[in-house]
Write a protein that binds this ligand. Structure first.
Ligand code: ZN
Length: 142
């Protein structure tokens, strides 16, 4: 377990533009604002999505591309460092016209219709990812 602090004096509140790639734009904001560690949450809507599901047997992501407009019902992610670069690991729950939900691991290719985010930077420690043999994932080295 790692004990860090929320940097209460620096919470970023903003919105993304229509057509932005959700994951790429949030990553750029963290890089620009020098936020290596933290958490991010948001709500909004997307015009299409790319959701991952991790196949635990074959240790690879399976991708579910959704070419439809959906509400972002829930979005939560963390910010850490992987391969010396800012890396956002985020999961998203989307709702369709009938209110049915689908969700998964956020991949590039999820396009914003409207999105409001809040980023909470952390300080007082380091969150670094490295390859984990047991899972095949890049996990925190705590
Ligand atoms: Zn994930």
């Amino acid at each position: 377990m790692l004990k860090m602090h929320i940097q209460n004096d620096k919470i970023l509140i903003g919105r993304l533009k229509k057509g932005d790639d959700l994951l790429i734009e949030l990553t750029k904001i963290c890089e620009r604002e020098n936020i290596p560690y933290g958490k991010v949450e948001g709500i909004g809507a997307v015009s299409c999505a790319n959701l991952g599901y991790y196949d635990q047997v074959n240790k690879r992501y399976l991708w579910n591309k959704i070419d439809d407009s959906m509400e972002v019902l829930s979005f939560i992610g963390n910010i850490s460092i992987k391969d010396n670069k800012t890396f956002i690991h985020a999961h998203i729950v989307l709702g369709d016209e009938s209110g049915k939900a689908v969700g998964g691991h956020l991949g590039e290719g999820t396009k914003v219709f409207a999105f409001e985010y809040i980023i909470f930077p952390f300080k007082g420690g380091k969150l670094i990812r490295d390859y984990d043999e047991d899972t095949g994932l890049f996990l925190w080295t705590l």
